[in-house]
Design a protein around this ligand. Structure first.
Ligand code: ADP
Length: 383
């Protein structure tokens, strides 16, 4: 709507007629004071404002309006009687859209200017609408993100509390089962059941340890106790551990890895045990595993565990090191939480290492990692 402000009803009448003839809706005010009241109540696309009026003149009205947030941006088309008014036109008015037209009014010029202002007004309105809808979209997404973060946070908190709570009774169960195992003779018919119980208890224990590690990673509390250690012995230990629990698997070791490595021995062993455990778990048919470990000329230790099991499709290979990621097609067939490799990745990263997997579905997988034998950090510490 266009507000026409003029103290002379005949001027108002002629302007109103011209504008309405061209389909512009109008409103009118016979004084500056009335105009000010109206701009506070209604929304206008443009104000056509006579400069010379008794009481408040056009400039005073414009100046007063510039103080109203509601009216500040409404463009004003001043109607000035004399050319001398021109230099005062923008006085005291901060609107981006200000123009003038001299009397007697040239209808064509008036319409041209009104049309331009109106078009600007409509474009502005559209922009504001888009702006508002973008804002509400952003607000909505922000809210969802906050809710999601809160839900992650809560899940991590739950995992941390639950794993701590589970660990204590399980440690007791493990201790009693081990006592029982030692106190009964090898010929005792119940020994089989005690051994089976211990196997399951160890599985549960490993799961809880993984959950605890996960919550430590999430809270930035996974600590490393790095020093120089003989990697060859660690590797032998890890392989022996897997051999003992999986005597039906043939594990072949290759490469030369009798080296001193600077790192957290337990954590490096954990990565190898994890790779080997997965190799066993995901190759139920073909019970052969190759492990290669070699110190390379570039000063890095390379370790690769190859199995001949179910393998991993190309689409999944990049994701298997992500938290909770499990290959969907095989998830129901094999038990797991999808956090072992995530923990491995974190351990390797914290040793400035690299990791990855190569696989052909149905033909097995080769999981590898490499770490510098001496990181920058170790050179500073051990020299
Ligand atoms: P989990 O074995 O408990 O599910 P991991 O983090 O160790 O968790 O492994 C993530 C996923 O990667 C597994 O669920 C499995 O889909 C896939 N995966 C890991 N190791 C192998 C492997 N040797 N062969 C085939 N798939 C594997």
């Amino acid at each position: 709507m266009i507000l026409i402000v003029d103290d002379k009803p005949e001027n108002i009448f002629s302007l109103k007629t011209i504008l309405e003839l061209h389909s512009f809706p109008t409103d009118t005010a016979l004084s500056g004071e009335e105009a000010l009241k109206k701009v506070l109540r209604n929304s206008y696309a443009l104000i056509i404002l006579d400069v010379q009026m008794p009481g408040m003149d056009g400039f005073e009205v414009a100046e007063a309006m510039s103080g109203y947030s509601k009216a500040r941006d409404i463009p004003i088309l001043f109607l000035s009687a004399a050319n001398t008014d021109k230099k005062w036109i923008t006085k005291g008015y901060s609107s981006g859209g200000t123009d003038y037209i001299t009397k007697p009014i040239d209808t064509d010029i008036l319409l041209l200017k009104v049309k331009t202002f109106y078009r600007l007004y409509e474009q502005n309105r559209e922009l504001n609408r888009i702006h508002a809808s973008l804002r509400s979209e952003i607000e909505f997404r922000k809210k969802i993100e906050e809710e999601l973060q809160e839900a992650v946070r809560k899940r991590d908190e739950f995992i941390s509390i639950a794993s701590h709570e589970l660990k204590t009774p399980l440690t007791t169960i493990k201790a009693y089962a081990q006592l029982l195992d030692r106190s009964i003779g090898t010929e005792d018919p119940t020994k089989l059941y005690v051994d089976r119980t211990l196997v399951q208890v160890r599985k549960l224990d490993n799961l809880i340890v993984d959950l605890l590690d996960l919550s430590k990673i999430e809270s930035g509390k996974l600590k490393f106790n790095k020093k120089l250690f003989s990697f060859g012995a660690t590797l032998t230990n890890a392989i022996e551990m897997i051999r003992q629990t999986n005597p039906d698997y043939r594990i072949t070791r290759t490469g030369e890895a009798d080296v001193e490595l600077y790192g957290d021995e337990m954590r490096i062993e954990q990565v190898i045990v994890n790779y080997l455990t997965n190799a066993v778990k995901y190759s139920p048919e073909k019970k052969e595993i190759d492990i290669e470990a070699s110190a390379r000329v570039d000063g890095r230790l390379f370790v690769q565990v190859r199995d001949y099991g179910i393998g991993i499709g190309k689409d999944h290979q990049a994701n298997v090191f992500s938290k909770f990621y499990r290959v969907e097609e095989s998830a129901t067939q094999f038990q797991g939480l999808g956090i072992g490799l995530y923990i491995c990745a974190e351990i390797i990263r914290r040793h400035d290492g690299e990791y990855g997997v190569q696989s052909e579905p149905g033909q097995g997988a080769a999981f590898y990692f490499s770490v510098p034998l001496r990181s920058e950090e170790s050179l500073q510490k051990v020299g």
